[in-house]
Design a protein around this ligand. Structure first.
Ligand SMILES: [Zn+2]
Ligand SMILES: [Zn+2]
Length: 114
């Protein structure tokens, strides 16, 4: 299960994100990408940054406590052949995104020897 918190990006942070983002496309409302968590701030993905392997996140923990954060990508890959990369940032708490994916939407493995 993923955290269900959403946050509107404050206008002044949205302007800054547009200037820093690689694609220049930043959502005005973001959802926390972390697994469900009881404590700690929420992190919504905004866009990739240069250099490669870094991303811009919106970090918030309350109505007035919100900021941009440039964080390196989580380097942990799912422990299976062709494993998925984690979509979170390095040092995040809780589960990796490939641990919380809805398994019903994961395609079956192909070419598995009998
Ligand atoms: Zn959250
Ligand atoms: Zn991770």
């Amino acid at each position: 299960m993923r955290c269900t918190h959403w946050r509107r990006v404050p206008p002044h942070l949205l302007c800054e994100a547009w200037e820093r983002a690689v694609s220049g496309c930043v959502d005005r409302v973001v959802r926390c990408q972390s697994a469900v968590h009881e404590s700690g701030p929420h992190h919504g993905f905004l866009d990739d940054l240069a250099p490669y392997g870094t991303a811009l996140w919106l970090r918030w923990s309350g109505a007035d406590d919100v900021a941009l954060a440039a964080l390196p990508d989580c380097p942990v890959v799912a422990p299976r052949p062709g494993g998925d990369a984690c979509c979170l940032f390095a040092g995040h708490g809780g589960a990796h995104t490939w641990e919380t994916l809805d398994v019903r939407r994961t395609p079956p493995d192909e070419g598995t020897p009998p």
